[in-house]
Design a binder for this molecule. Structure first.
Ligand SMILES: *[C@@H]1O[C@H](CO)[C@@H](O)[C@H](O)[C@H]1NC(C)=O
Ligand SMILES: *[C@@H]1O[C@H](CO)[C@@H](O)[C@H](O)[C@H]1NC(C)=O
Ligand SMILES: *[C@@H]1O[C@H](CO)[C@@H](O)[C@H](O)[C@H]1NC(C)=O
Ligand SMILES: *[C@@H]1O[C@H](CO)[C@@H](O)[C@H](O)[C@H]1NC(C)=O
Ligand SMILES: *[C@@H]1O[C@H](CO)[C@@H](O)[C@H](O)[C@H]1NC(C)=O
Ligand SMILES: *[C@@H]1O[C@H](CO)[C@@H](O)[C@H](O)[C@H]1NC(C)=O
Ligand SMILES: *[C@@H]1O[C@H](CO)[C@@H](O)[C@H](O)[C@H]1NC(C)=O
Ligand SMILES: *[C@@H]1O[C@H](CO)[C@@H](O)[C@H](O)[C@H]1NC(C)=O
Ligand SMILES: *[C@@H]1O[C@H](CO)[C@@H](O)[C@H](O)[C@H]1NC(C)=O
Ligand SMILES: *[C@@H]1O[C@H](CO)[C@@H](O)[C@H](O)[C@H]1NC(C)=O
Ligand SMILES: *[C@@H]1O[C@H](CO)[C@@H](O)[C@H](O)[C@H]1NC(C)=O
Length: 868
């Protein structure tokens, strides 16, 4: 808001007049101008406040509403409250951002504020369901319950709020579908259901709401086709359904809505060719986000009619390898954002083509073969430039005087030589990704980068070698993996006290971890140093309390595991493989509430991995690899009862998604090497986040295989080979219906292979060799398709795929009876573990739900701010 000088003067005069007349009023008439809040309203507010508790560690909340309310003052003047001037009834309650904790009860005093017209409860610590009694507030015009941690069903009584104009339920974790009763909200103009987890088909009841101007269903679980006739949404201006699973084509009736200005539908499964010829007012259109769908066919030439377009995303459009007429875009002179990445076209595009777009600020042409000539007149206002995988061979010189540039990604090209010195002088540069090229060094002196404003720098997968550059203290994210740096890790890196992510893996660094790592005590959340030649011990004080991911595998580190890891309550990923760590099993790690991945493979760990009488609980663990160590002892039969994630379908929300300038940052690319189906493999990306594996092979464990292993229903890989397990294979293994790989070889197992294993349809690889197993190999397609070597060296095993045919029937009968007895005994035990496991699981579900909302909602909100 800008006021001219004269306007300001007028305002001051006016205010003076107002103050005068007010004081006059007060003097003449003793009654107050603003009505005092009514006692019943004040009491209701006061009680409402007392229904909640504060979830805040420090005392700062006392300054914030509703704790700033003072009960002996006029409640109409309380922060977040306003009253009707005539009646003194509260008509606005705005508690957005208050640290209220606890459920909203159906008998809450809130519902005594009968005249409420606007209610804002954006508070991240509320929880529970939205009570049906919400329709007591029958005069509500605005209801905003964003990010309240609500779950359960959306109450159908919302449909009784017939005056409602704005409804915002975004950022909650509801289940089910949108109630039909919402079709009664005839006045509704704005509806926000973004990141609510609501699913089902497009809610058709919305088609009855002809006042709707603004619909946001972003990042929820909707699917199916859009209704073919959407023309009843006469006033629709903003329609955002990004990040769902909608499919089919875009109904022409949607595009024909005359008032439509913003259409956002990226990250769905829309397909087919696009026909946008019938947009009824093409010049009004401002946003068209169609990227990351399955659209195919030519880019419609009629796009060039959308001359008012500011934001256009056609990324991942499948042109079926044909030529694209890029001149279509030259008419769109108002464009500020253009994403044409991964269009799979055969064109070699001259970047200069885009120089006609003078307002362009964000440009993403990744995956398109580019020709970048010497003199390029690309918009001088360019701020974000993403030219990843564009087959570029030289550093684009034209960037030199693009002084607004803050985001540069030229990764995955073939640029070699030195990174030019001038790059670091760009005044607002924050993000630089030059990874996956052939750079060998930095032009200029060793401190050339130090003067720059860069905060995130990715130079990984190049051929950089000494000297290691000095980095600016503004640096928050640095990854230099897969280069040829050697020598000690430079101590100067510890001067970067804001560093959040440090990835130096797969270089030739040697020596010990620098002493100065203590300085990272409170900042570092990702530390990856794997695949170097680091040695020495890992001192306790080097461990940052903020760590989320720690990977120091593949070095020669020795000594014990630092006990200070116990303070890393956020730790999810820990890889120590291939070192010389000599310690006992870190039982204390089970106190880490978020640990998902624990890899201790190939060290010198020793001693038992279980406590007598105390079962180990790893509620979120999904990859457990302690193979190739010297662990000993017997595992109690309920050993796996507390491993909830492996026994349920809960999927851990992946790595903290993080954005920079509205773009998703792959903050760290976790991967882990595993032995699956007898082969070493590296898990990355989505495969990696789904995997649930246990590998205890190559130790000296003995006794029975714990029967509770049958509870780990989601397990995909189980490797217990090369130990000293004895007795029978527990039939409960037959419950691991997702198992793909099972290795029990090289143990002292006896008895028969349980026939239940023959029913495991995904079990594609198994190995029972080198045991004392006996009797017939069970029937079943998977088991019969194994190589005979999987059963080798079990002298009394018979039947296909072994060449040995089975002999006497009598022997079989005997083992059968024996097995029946065992089964009964086992089932009794199992019942009690299942009870235990259920106890663990429900706690995890709640915790997860909450963190999921917090994480995903914050992210999407950020994106929105950037692009709106
Ligand atoms: C207001 O505060 C006073 C003293 O602090 C207390 O006695 C009274 O009950 C309070 N009123 C309400 C409605 O809680
Ligand atoms: C609301 O109901 C709960 C139990 O559901 C009860 O404990 C509480 O006292 C009630 N509150 C009021 C204000 O009636
Ligand atoms: C409110 O909505 C519910 C469910 O839609 C309905 O059963 C009830 O009769 C409605 N109440 C009023 C007062 O309209
Ligand atoms: C929409 O309105 C039509 C007619 O007014 C009615 O027949 C239909 O049931 C309504 N649909 C919904 C979902 O409310
Ligand atoms: C869409 O429905 C409206 C009535 O709601 C009707 O007038 C119009 O002809 C329909 N359009 C199409 C393309 O079916
Ligand atoms: C566009 O409008 C014309 C005439 O109004 C019509 O014949 C054509 O089918 C429409 N195209 C689409 C895709 O709706
Ligand atoms: C960049 O420099 C070139 C020539 O050196 C000049 O033509 C162009 O106008 C400059 N662009 C900006 C944005 O300053
Ligand atoms: C964990 O942190 C607390 C408080 O900062 C500290 O007193 C304790 O020594 C730490 N524990 C370990 C094992 O480092
Ligand atoms: C591990 O450390 C213990 C002493 O703590 C020592 O006796 C043992 O030899 C070490 N093991 C190896 C393999 O170095
Ligand atoms: C840099 O680009 C590469 C390749 O495109 C990508 O994998 C990586 O995640 C990017 N780095 C950052 C920090 O975004
Ligand atoms: C295996 O599944 C069956 C049937 O679902 C169940 O009765 C049995 O208790 C389960 N066993 C284990 C160890 O989970």
């Amino acid at each position: 808001m800008m006021h001219s000088f004269t306007e300001k003067r007028m305002m001051i005069l006016w205010s003076l007049c107002l103050i005068f007349s007010l004081s006059y009023l007060v003097v003449v008439f003793p009654s107050p101008v603003k009505p005092l809040c009514r006692p019943d309203q004040r009491d209701a507010l006061w009680e409402f406040k007392s229904e909640f508790y504060v979830d805040s560690l420090d005392g700062t909340y006392v300054e914030t509403k509703p704790w700033s309310w003072r009960n002996n003052t006029d409640c109409c003047s309380w922060d977040g409250i306003s009253c009707d001037h005539n009646t003194g009834m509260v008509d606005v309650l705005d508690l957005w951002g208050s640290p209220l904790s606890g459920p909203l009860r159906s008998n809450s005093s809130l519902f005594r504020l009968q005249n409420l017209q606007s209610l804002y409860l954006g508070s991240q610590n509320l929880s529970g369901i939205i009570p049906e009694s919400v329709d007591n507030l029958k005069y509500l015009r605005v209801l905003s319950l964003t990010s309240c941690n609500f779950f359960g069903k959306i109450p159908s009584s919302l449909g009784n709020l017939s005056y409602l104009k704005e409804l915002d339920l975004s950022g909650n974790e509801f289940t089910g579908e949108l109630p039909d009763s919402l079709g009664n909200l005839k006045q509704l103009s704005k509806l926000n259901l973004a990141t609510t987890n609501i699913g089902g088909n497009f809610p058709r009841q919305l088609l009855n709401l002809s006042e709707l101007t603004w619909i946001n269903l972003e990042s929820s679980q909707f699917k199916g086709m859009l209704p073919s006739n959407m023309s009843s949404l006469l006033k629709l201006e903003y329609f955002d359904i990004s990040g769902n699973s909608f499919s089919g084509s875009i109904p022409s009736t949607l595009l024909a809505i005359p008032s439509l200005i913003h259409l956002r539908m990226r990250r769905n499964k829309f397909s087919g060719p696009l026909e946008i010829g019938n947009i009824s007012s093409p010049s009004r259109f401002k946003t068209l986000y169609l990227g990351k769908n399955n659209f195919s066919g030519p880019i419609p030439g009629s796009l060039s009619n959308l001359v008012g377009l500011k934001l256009l995303d056609l990324s991942f459009w499948n042109t079926r390898g044909s030529m694209v007429d890029f001149s279509i875009f030259l008419h769109l002179k108002s464009l500020t954002f253009l994403d044409l990445s991964y269009m799979n076209t055969r064109n070699v595009v001259d970047l200069n083509l885009f120089s006609h777009l003078m307002s362009l600020r964000d440009l993403d042409l990744s995956g398109i073969n580019l020709k970048i000539s010497e003199s390029i007149h690309l918009s001088s206002s360019i701020e974000l430039l993403v030219l990843s995988s564009c087959n570029v061979f030289e550093f684009p010189e034209f960037i030199k005087n693009r002084t607004n540039l803050y985001y540069l990604d030229i990764s995955s090209n073939q640029i070699g030589g030195q990174v030019p010195e001038w790059l670091w002088r760009l005044p607002v540069l924050r993000y630089v990704n030059i990874s996956h090229n052939s750079f060998s060094g930095f032009q200029g002196s060793v401190d050339v980068i130090q003067g720059s404003t860069t905060q995130k720098l990715d130079i990984s997968s190049n051929t950089f070698r000494e000297p290691f550059p000095l980095l600016p203290t503004s640096m928050m994210y640095f990854t230099g993996s897969y280069n040829q740096f050697s020598g000690e890790i430079p101590w100067q890196i510890c001067e970067l006290v804001d560093l959040d992510t440090l990835v130096l893996s797969n270089n030739n660094f040697s020596g010990s971890i620098p002493r100065c790592f203590e300085k990272f005590k409170f900042s570092l959340s990702i530390l990856h140093l794997q695949g170097n030649s680091l040695s020495g011990i890992i001192p306790e004080e080097y461990i940052s309390d903020s760590l989320i991911s720690l990977d120091i595998g593949g070095n020669q580190l020795s000594g014990e595991l630092p006990k200070s890891l116990i303070n890393c309550s956020r730790l999810k990923f820990m890889n120590m493989e291939d070192n010389k760590i000599n310690d006992t099993f870190p039982f204390w790690l089970s106190f880490l509430p978020n640990l998902e991945i624990l890899v201790l493979r190939s060290n010198q760990f020793h001693g038992p991995i279980s406590f007598i009488g105390d079962s180990l609980s790893f509620p979120k663990l999904r990859i457990f690899d302690i193979s190739a160590n010297f662990f000993t002892g017997v595992l109690p039969s309920d050993y796996f009862a507390g491993w909830s994630v492996m026994s349920s379908v809960i999927d851990i929300v992946n790595t903290l998604p993080s954005t920079f300038a509205g773009r998703r940052l792959e903050y760290y690319h976790n991967s882990v090497g595993l032995t699956n189906k007898g082969m070493k493999m590296e898990l990355v990306g989505s495969v990696f986040t789904m995997y649930k594996t246990i590998d205890v092979s190559g130790n000296r464990l003995e006794g029975d295989i714990p029967k509770s292993v049958g509870l780990l229903k989601e397990l995909i890989v189980l490797n217990m080979s090369n130990n000293a397990f004895t007795y029978h294979i527990p039939p409960s293994l037959g419950n691991l219906t997702n198992l793909q790989s099972l290795d029990l070889s090289h143990n002292g197992l006896s008895g028969a292979i349980p026939p239940e294993l023959g029913k495991l349809t995904f079990l594609a690889w198994m190995n029972f060799s080198y045991n004392g197993l006996e009797g017939p190999i069970p029937q079943g397609t998977q088991i019969q398709s194994q190589n005979s070597s999987s059963f080798a060296e079990n002298p009394r095993l018979c039947g296909a795929p072994l060449q040995v045919t089975c002999g006497g029937e009598k022997e079989e009968e005997a083992t059968k009876q024996e097995k029946e007895d065992e089964k009964i005994e086992e089932q009794d035990q199992v019942r009690s573990w299942i009870a235990a496991a259920i106890g663990y699981t429900s706690g995890v579900v709640c915790g997860l739900t909450i963190s999921h909302i917090l994480i995903s909602y914050k992210r999407d909100w950020f994106i929105k701010i950037i692009h709106s």
